[in-house]
Design a protein around this ligand. Sequence first.
Ligand code: MLT
Length: 395
Amino acid sequence: MLKPNTHYAELKDSYLFYNIAQKTKAYVDAHPRTHLYRMGIGDVSLPLCGAVIRELYGAVDDQAKQESFHGYMPECGDPELRRTIAEYYGRRGISLDPEEVFVSSGASDELGDILDLFDVSNSSLVIEPAYPAYVDANVMTGRKVVHLPSGKENGFLPVPDEGMEADLLYICSPNNPTGAVFSKEQLKEWVDFANRRGAVILFDAAYEAFIEDPELPHSIFEIEGARTCAIEICSLSKTAGFTGTRMGYTVIPKELERAGMKLNDMWVRNRTTRTNGVSYILQKAGAAVFTEEGQKQIHANIQIYKNNAKVLMEALDACGIWYCGGKNAPYIWMKCPEGFGSWEFFDHLLNEVQIVGTPGEGFGACGEGYFRFSTFGDPEDTKTAAERMKQLLMK
Ligand code: MLT
C-alpha cells in the first residue's frame, strides 16, 4: 500500500507567507476599496533593469531563428555565465573555478534541493529567527532540526559553542529576517567549528548586494578555511528584481568533500539527472546583471529600497521603537510596542492603518514580540505607510 511522506504531518499547518496572504486576502475581501501598504513578503516592486530587459528581448528573438535557436542548456549552467559569475567573485578577491559555480532557478528551490547531498540521518542547525523554508525543507525530508535561538543580547548573531550537535549549519547573512550581518571574525568561528566537526555550512547570501559597510563580508569564501566546509547559495531575486523571473547560483568548492566524496561532483551528478538547466532566455537575462551597465542599474534600484529603509527607520526612531537591520539589509526587525504579541501587532497594523508586515513569531519561537518590515515596497507607499504608522504608534 502506498505510504505518503508522513513528515508533512509534522509541518506547521501552512507556510508563513501563505498564511499572511490568506489573512490579507480576507481583509481585502471585507474592505474591497481599501488600499494596502504591502511590506510583508520580501517581494520587489521595481521592474527589471534596462540591461536585463534588452537581453530578454534579444534572447526571445534568438529563439525565433533557426541559426540562433537553443534547445536544452547545460544542466549546471551556461559555461560563459559560470565564468562571468566566477569573475564577479574574482573582483572581490575570491578565486573560483567556473565549474564551482552552478546556475540555479533560485535560492529557495536550491536550499531544499541541496539536501539531496546529505544523508537523512544528519541534523540541521537553524539559527532563529530564520527564513522558515530552512526548517520546512528539513522537516519534509525527515531530518532533525536543531533550533539555535538568538536575540537582542547577541545582536541576533550567535557564535557556535562546542556542545552544539549538528551536521548542517544554516547561516544567512545579511540575515532574513533581522537584517543583522556577521562580521568576518564571527564567521571565522563558524568556519573553524564546521571544519573541526566535519559539518557543512549552507550559507545563504541572497542579500549580499545590500551590504554597505566595507568591513562586512559578502561571501563565506572571504573567510579562510571556508572552501573545505561551505556551500554558498545566492539569488538574483532581491539583487536584481528576479522574484518573478527566477535565477540564482550556488558555489560548491572542489575541495569540499566528506567521507571521501566530493560534493561538487555529487552536485553535477544531481543536476544532470534532476534538471535540464535554466532556460537560455533566463541565463541571458541573468548574465546582463553582471555587466558594468547591469551592476550600475541594479544598484540604482537597491538605492531606492535603501531609501525606503531610511524612511521607515526615521518613523521608528520618532516613535522611540527599538529595531535592527535596514542598513546592510532590506529588512527592518522591530520590537513590537509594549503589550503586543507579533500576530496581534500584525492585526493591529492591518486593521488600523492597512499596513501588512510579517510577525516575528513566523520566523521561530524566539521571534515572538518582534515584527519585520520588508523595504522592497513602492517608495510612495512606503512614505505614506511610515507616516500612518507614526501617527498610530505615537497616539
Ligand atoms: C521573505 O519575505 O522572507 C522572502 O521574500 C521570502 C523568499 O525569498 O522566498
